[in-house]
Design a protein around this ligand. Structure first.
Ligand code: ADP
Length: 518
């Protein structure tokens, strides 16, 4: 229809142009130094030329194998602007998984951090035409002229592919379109979502190779927020140094990162006064962690999402009805999962696929749909049962309150089935982690002759001394139902973690495979 508003495709190009023009002066800081969005954008245009010279054509896949850096962000823009698809490869995968994802995605070029090239020596990468180090690429960029005729982009074109971290099986490829990436970035910065603005300095501790770095390399330049990267060193000491020096306002990562940083904040060894939000996602936020950061005046914002939701889809912000509640009651609300982002839909379904009531009690599988939710995995039709009628079966079990506020009680695979009843490993972990001697705790189901499964707690103590089973039971009395009390406690120095820092329950279950309880 003539005169209709709009017509411009929704692409990464629009985000790029804003970064290149309006926010030219915005800073990007990484382990190598400082640059600006303007300079970074100029390099992106030259990098497009380099990609063309390497034979990259629209639709081709280009892999990155890198830690968080400005150079990695250059690829986040140059590859889509060249009409190609950026495949962010998780650098912590095993050799066979790396070979699998690179082959499965059909990558033709791979760009790696120079100190990661050795890591690739043992990986079969025969399908690739070029493997380049970042320094080599940077030298070519220095010598190239900016691309003056960027290809036209369709908003339905793919611009990124990311594989799930494989917590529950072989990695599965999720393809992001320009349109989904654009809409995700717009939605994510809304005030009741992540609330990221031009006033922010954002530190994505979440790796850019995991779930698209939660979209932050697109969200930040879109809003004018500046970007700060820690690179490979995500130790508490380095994060503390960077937060203090760079006056970071918004930092994002999995819970274990903030558990590690907490003691340094508590003993006053760095200045964290610039922080206004710690965004925690990827796994449920433990209550004691939120309480401890609250006490320091740094609010934790709980974020939920998955690679399949591109990835951020929900934040836990108290709503109108919660505002009159006490601080503790509001914290209980913030420890739920939250409200699905505007633009997406969420619902809970029972075993038979029917929708369950929003009654704050009925637990079923969380389903999600919307313009930035995957409708299938890349070239993997066998996994089609995760998707139906536009809905994604998340594999997360949740209940929904009448106002659409929901809480994930567990991943369906992690629920402990005892005597025909379910025990939420997440809730039990949260209760165990409220014990003062416990730093981290993971609960898994162990085979039981009588009960089918019984919960066993794997505990990492604060200072080497863990509570005994009896002490733990005494602490849990009144906090959880009696039949939830773990049958055993196993003390470890560190809980096994996945490649992206979540509790690795698959590994824990494997270690306890021979264990049998009465
Ligand atoms: P993987 O499936 O390989 O772990 P993802 O990062 O996509 O990779 O994981 C998404 C899953 O992480 C969700 O389905 C959910 O189980 C868990 N998750 C993410 N954020 C939260 C949260 N705030 N609370 C509880 N679980 C979460």
């Amino acid at each position: 229809m003539r005169g209709l508003i709009g017509g411009q495709p929704l692409t990464v190009r629009t985000i790029f142009d804003r970064m290149r023009t309006v926010y030219r002066d915005g800073e990007v800081v990484d382990a190598r130094g400082r640059t600006t969005y303007g300079d970074l954008a100029d390099r992106v245009l030259r990098l497009v030329t380099v990609l063309h010279d390497l034979g990259v054509r629209p639709g081709d896949r280009v892999a990155s194998f890198a830690n968080n850096s400005a150079r990695h962000v250059e690829l986040y823009y140059a590859v889509p602007l060249a009409g190609a698809v950026l495949h962010m490869v998780n650098i912590r995968l095993h050799d066979d998984q790396i070979a699998y994802v690179v082959g499965h995605a059909g990558d033709t070029v791979l760009v790696a951090d120079d100190d990661l090239l050795d890591r690739l020596a043992s990986v079969d990468l025969t399908g690739l035409k070029h493997v380049l180090g970042m320094d080599d690429l940077a030298a070519r960029v220095d010598a190239a002229s900016p691309c003056a005729d960027l290809p036209d982009l369709d908003e339905e074109d793919p611009c990124g592919i990311c594989y799930t971290s494989g917590t529950t099986g072989m990695p599965k490829g999720v393809v992001f379109s320009h349109r989904a990436t654009y809409l995700h970035a717009m939605a994510a910065c809304m005030v009741d979502h992540l609330a990221i603005s031009e006033r922010d300095r954002v530190l994505p501790v979440v790796p850019l190779f995991h779930a698209c770095g939660w979209g932050l390399p697109y969200i930040a330049p879109f809003t004018g927020a500046e970007l700060v990267f820690a690179g490979a060193d995500t130790s508490p000491e380095n994060l503390a140094r960077i937060i203090e020096r760079e006056r970071v306002t918004f930092a994002a990562g999995v819970p274990t990162i903030w558990t590690g940083l907490l003691p340094l904040a508590e003993n006053g060894s760095f200045d964290y006064s610039s922080l206004r939000t710690l965004g925690i996602g990827g796994a449920a936020t433990p209550g004691p962690l939120m309480e401890a950061w609250d006490a320091l005046g740094v609010p934790i914002l709980q974020i939920w999402g998955m690679t399949e939701t591109a990835p951020v889809a929900c934040t836990s912000r108290p709503r109108r009805a919660h505002r009159s509640l006490s601080v503790e009651e509001q914290r209980a609300v913030r420890l739920k999962t939250g409200t699905i982002f505007a633009g997406l839909e969420a619902r809970i379904v029972g075993d038979d696929g029917t929708e369950l009531p929003w009654d704050g009690a009925s637990v079923g599988e969380l389903e999600c749909r919307g313009p930035w939710v995957a409708t299938g995995y890349y070239d993997d039709p066998g996994l089609g049962d995760r998707f139906h009628d536009g809905w994604l079966r998340t594999g997360d079990m949740a209940f929904m309150e009448p106002d659409g506020y929901f809480k994930i009680v567990d991943r369906s695979k992690d629920l402990v089935k005892s005597g025909g009843e379910w025990i939420s490993s997440l809730d039990l972990e949260a209760a165990i982690m409220s014990h003062p001697l416990v730093r981290e705790a993971a609960v898994v189901g162990v085979r039981s002759a009588k009960w089918d499964e019984r919960p066993v707690a794997v505990v990492a103590p604060v200072n080497g001394v863990a509570p005994t089973l009896a002490e733990l039971h005494a602490h849990l009395a009144g906090r959880v139902a009696k039949w939830w009390l773990p049958d055993d406690v196993i003390v470890v120095d560190e809980i096994p973690k996945t490649s992206v820092g979540k509790f690795d329950k698959k590994a824990i279950r494997a270690q306890l495979a021979d264990k049998e309880l009465p």
